[in-house]
Design a protein around this ligand. Structure first.
Ligand SMILES: Nc1ncnc2c1ncn2[C@@H]1O[C@H](COP(=O)(O)OP(=O)(O)OP(=O)(O)O)[C@@H](O)[C@H]1O
Ligand SMILES: [Mg+2]
Length: 297
């Protein structure tokens, strides 16, 4: 986990390097030529309206989808597009739609997350074979540590399905951490959480970063994302529209327009709309305005 190696003049190393990632589904280009880097010690936010391609981009990074074009490297090595190999390489993720083993206990869910880091593998873990028993003590200790880290140690024996929604989301994070990643991808970690749970999750993500794990996080909660992130990238209709500090992204009128559903100059597919608007503007000699508050959902 302590991977803060300094091989270059900079103290930060590039953990994730996605270049020209494109994902097409038939005629639909869900992700278009997206470049994104994440360095060690960094929390990077990924925002964008519904359907912008954020989850699809995550799926391309984690081998769930084979990108139509582009390349994804982790710590300098191109990743094979196979989810278990990506996890093994050091990238872990959570899902927008929670994916826990609902009939397993909280502890067992974390133990399953460890299978890529133990020799025994998933089936041995699930079937509790002899090899698993040996590795079990160490795994158990680490899993309990992780449950403590997310504040769920007192529920280790509860069935995952009996946890409130917010706790299930946290359990997903613990399960992801169990694979001892160098990069954690979080897809809407606070969806369905109340404000207090969201604040706790914010602290949790900072604590994860402080352990030397880089974080790339998708969220619609703007307060959360801008508080948390060193850098934010905004996807709109599959393209990276802007990337920068919270100030830069919040101040970008195209981002505001995208969230409000107003086409911006140069937006993919916006030409026709722009023409119509120009015609309307001529007719009404009216200029379109947008709010300056970047807190839109
Ligand atoms: N497997 C698929 N087959 C066809 N189209 C897909 C597939 N997965 C995603 N899409 C389409 O790609 C586009 C991007 O979807 P995606 O789920 O990546 O958006 P998102 O930014 O994560 O949105 P949200 O904020 O609502 O989660 C959408 O138009 C979606 O319908
Ligand atoms: Mg999504």
């Amino acid at each position: 986990m302590n991977d803060m190696t300094t091989t270059t003049t900079s103290t930060r190393t590039t953990v994730l390097d996605a270049t020209g990632v494109t994902m097409r589904f038939g005629g639909l280009t869900a992700v278009r030529s997206v470049d994104l880097q994440v360095s060690s010690g960094e929390i990077v936010g990924l925002i964008g309206p519904n359907g912008a391609g954020k989850t699809t981009f995550f799926n391309c990074l984690t081998g769930l989808y084979v990108p139509t074009e582009g390349r994804v490297s982790y710590k300098g090595t191109v990743l094979p597009p196979k989810p278990h190999l990506v996890t093994q390489a050091g990238i872990a993720r959570t899902f927008q739609n929670i994916r826990l083993f609902s009939n397993m206990t909280v502890l067992e869910n974390v133990l399953v997350g460890r299978h890529t880091r133990t020799k025994e593998g998933l089936w041995s873990a699930l079937l509790r074979g002899p090899g698993f028993k040996k590795a079990e003590a160490a795994s158990h200790e680490r899993a309990m540590e992780l449950l403590e880290f997310i504040g769920l140690q007192h529920k280790a024996d509860h069935l995952a399905r009996n946890l409130p929604y917010g706790e299930q989301r946290k359990l997903e994070i613990a399960r992801a951490l169990a694979s001892e990643p160098g990069l954690l991808l979080l897809d809407e970690p606070t969806a369905g959480m109340n404000p207090q749970e969201t604040r706790v999750t914010e602290d949790l993500v900072f604590a994860i970063r402080d352990q030397g794990i880089a974080v790339l996080v998708i969220e619609h909660d703007m307060r959360f994302i801008f508080n948390l992130s060193d850098r934010v990238a905004c996807l709109v209709q599959g393209e990276k529209l802007v990337e920068g500090t919270a100030e830069v992204v919040q101040g970008d009128e195209r981002v505001i327009a995208a969230y409000l559903g107003t086409p911006f100059e140069g937006a993919p597919g916006a030409e026709e709309v722009a023409e119509v608007e120009a015609a309307e503007a001529d007719a009404h000699s009216d200029t379109s305005t947008t709010g300056s508050e970047g807190d839109a959902k």
